[in-house]
Design a protein around this ligand. Structure first.
Ligand code: ADE
Length: 233
């Protein structure tokens, strides 16, 4: 097995807690103002980071993991708002690709969401990682949908906004980091995956549902990461 670690990024403590608790041979380091925890998780070398909420922190963590820890892949785990009737609270959204729904240079003629430096709206997640993750989900009979995951520096709690993101990008879930990690990984040619458990509906009820379900959803996503690592070992 490769000695190069897999990077695992969550925005919030609750998204990484259960993984950090199970880590062996742990070493904590600070780089670029963020904390990284190195160790062995379920037999696989990993680096964990609680990066903070939003695209900039997520990009910082991804780039630091690539430069400082030479990660062979990055997995983003956490929670998301659903944009589709096919995903309910507790179900899993798995990225086929990621978009930044708040990136918009359309006034100067670009498609909405274009990352002009890459000439891409959709940044593809790694197909091989995804296949191994969905195999674990299928084996455990966990409900999931594979599709576009949309990131932006906004907590979506508004039906109009939710509908805009779904209709503009055909996205299945919204969150705040995956596509920043996707952009950094695409630029650096590092495979990435985004695994998100649904905590809310991205609508007016999200302000109530999110605090109710964030912990249970975050733990479910982390559980899928561990099952993936165990299969990887
Ligand atoms: N993460 C979990 N739910 C979310 C939402 N509704 N909007 C953005 N990020 C989220």
């Amino acid at each position: 097995m490769s000695k190069q670690p897999i990077g695992i990024i969550g925005a919030m403590q609750v998204e990484i807690d259960t993984l950090a608790a199970a880590l062996e041979n742990r070493e904590v380091e600070i780089a670029g103002g963020l904390t990284f925890i190195k160790g062995i998780l379920d037999g696989v070398p990993v680096v964990l980071s609680v990066c903070g909420v939003g695209k900039v922190f997520a990009a910082m963590a991804a780039q630091a993991m690539i430069l400082k820890y030479d990660v062979r892949a990055i997995i983003n785990t956490g929670v998301a708002g659903t944009l589709t009737d096919k995903l309910s609270i507790g179900d899993l959204a798995i990225a086929e690709n990621v978009v930044q729904h708040d990136m918009d240079t359309s006034p100067i003629g670009d498609p909405v969401g274009l990352i002009s430096g890459l000439n891409l709206v959709r940044m593809p997640a790694d197909g091989d990682l995804r296949a191994r993750i969905t195999a674990v989900l299928a084996e455990r009979e966990i409900r999931y949908v594979v599709g576009t995951i949309a990131s932006g520096d906004q907590f979506v709690a508004d039906t109009e906004k939710k509908t805009y993101i779904r209709d503009t990008f055909g996205a299945i879930a919204c969150e705040m980091e995956g596509a920043a990690i996707g952009q950094v990984c695409t630029v650096n040619q590092i495979p990435f995956a985004v695994i998100r458990a649904i905590s809310d509906g991205g609508n007016e009820e999200a302000t109530m549902d999110y605090p109710t379900f964030v912990k249970i959803a975050a733990a479910k996503s982390a559980e899928v990461v561990r099952a993936f690592l165990k299969a990887e070992r």
